[in-house]
Design a protein around this ligand. Structure first.
Ligand code: HEC
Ligand code: HEC
Length: 350
């Protein structure tokens, strides 16, 4: 056998050398590839991004026609703007949730009665009816239940139901309107119901993104369209999804990095859902916020620590996805986020 091989090699020396050379080349190529892919893995910036039109179907447009009792909506609107819900008649819901803007106060921390400073950033009331629970930590299961929060909170309206109902009952106009909407007139649960009904009317349909989802392929310009594709391919949509692009479940802030360690100055609000459940597994979990009208709802995050969208996107990429995002991807995603600004409430309910 060995004899035969040696004979073959002697007869085909050139072919044998060629074979050997090919083997060596293949080995070198293999090593090179290994080395390159290690280098790629250690590189911070991710260069590949598919630019095919993606649509994972995880988001839906804001519904256009929500049927609500008009009398209750109007009553809720009056209550929402009524400072008598606060102890010294100085603060209304609208003081912290400005409906002519993004439904927020654009402050890192809200100012309540007597200039009391709250512990957490005010989220928007716009489209809040689509969120699965209310508050950053989800401690209120419904919009109705949420109202107890601000009315009684010492740093917000610093009042109580006895005081509020007493003031509302002195108002002839309220007495009539409540009786026509509710057989039992002015009660705390009817005040909550009217406010919640009004809040359910605070929807902002027909943003460029909604028009795109409904089939108008020209509604997003090129940067916003690229941003939408990156929003999906980076995986933002795995948390920010549904008709509100958020508001469907809890997630941990700092999934891929120590956000709180890096930021410093730990506050009680940073505990998130843990404050409700006292389960260690829930520490730093927050209801994923909606990104609807996000261009108007600065500053960002539960701590209001970031005042512009570019940095908010970079922070998300770093701490939720473990990636450093190139500037042009950040810009594109911001263009997409700006396309989430819908028809304003002021325009719809003059
Ligand atoms: C002093 C400022 C202030 C006032 C007044 C105020 N809010 Fe808020 N609102 C906040 C803050 C801050 C939060 C977030 C609190 C939290 O998550 O712990 C919030 C949260 C909410 C939420 C939850 C939104 C979400 O996405 O989770 C709703 C709804 C809401 N407020 C409605 C109201 C209504 C109705 C009133 C009047 C009865 C009111 N607010 C009065 C500051 C205020
Ligand atoms: C693992 C889940 C998760 C992923 C992935 C994720 N986010 Fe978030 N996002 C959150 C949570 C949770 C918060 C609230 C964090 C906080 O307030 O501390 C948030 C907050 C935000 C905010 C601030 C909203 C506000 O009103 O304060 C923006 C903007 C945002 N995300 C955009 C993005 C973008 C863009 C991506 C992709 C690059 C992304 N997110 C990926 C969970 C996620």
């Amino acid at each position: 056998m060995r004899h035969k091989v040696r004979n073959w090699i002697e007869r085909n020396t050139r072919l044998a050398w060629l074979g050997l050379a090919i083997l060596v080349l293949m080995f070198v190529a293999l090593l090179w590839n290994e080395w390159q892919s290690e280098k790629r893995a250690s590189m911070k910036e991710v260069e590949w991004m598919p630019l095919v039109p993606l649509d994972f179907g995880l988001t839906q447009p804001i519904p256009r026609d929500i049927i609500l009792d008009k009398g209750k909506v109007a009553l809720g609107k009056s209550l929402f703007h009524d400072a008598r819900l606060s102890s010294d008649d100085s603060v209304s819901c609208a003081s912290c949730h400005d409906l002519s803007g993004g439904g927020v106060d654009n402050r890192a921390r809200s100012l309540g009665v007597n200039g009391g400073v709250g512990g957490i950033n005010a989220p928007t009331v716009l489209n809040s009816g689509f969120n699965f629970v209310q508050f950053w930590d989800g401690r209120a299961p419904t919009l109705e239940a949420q109202v107890d929060g601000p009315v009684n909170h010492p740093l917000e309206m610093a009042s109580n139901w006895g005081q509020v109902l007493g003031k509302l009952m002195q108002d002839e106009d309220y007495r009539v309107r409540f009786l026509s909407a509710y057989p039992d007139g002015i009660t705390s649960s009817n005040v909550k119901d009217a406010l919640a009904t009004f809040e359910r009317s605070l929807v902002t349909p027909d943003s460029p993104f909604d028009r795109y989802l409904r089939g108008d392929k020209t509604a997003l310009d090129a940067p916003a369209l690229r941003g939408w594709q990156l929003f999906q391919s980076y995986g933002c949509v795995s948390c920010h999804q549904g008709s509100n692009l958020g508001g469907n479940f809890y997630e941990r802030m700092g999934l891929m990095g120590d956000y709180f360690g890096d930021r410093g100055n730990h506050t009680e609000a940073d505990n998130g859902r843990y404050n409700v459940t006292h389960d260690e597994a829930d520490r730093h979990y927050f209801r994923v916020p909606s990104l609807r009208n996000v261009a108007l709802t600065y500053p960002y995050f539960h701590d209001g620590s970031i005042d512009n969208l570019n940095d908010a996107v970079r922070t998300m990429a770093k701490y939720q996805l473990g990636r450093a995002m190139p500037d042009d991807d950040v810009e594109a995603i911001v263009a997409f986020l700006v396309s989430l600004t819908g028809r304003s409430v002021a325009e719809q309910q003059p």
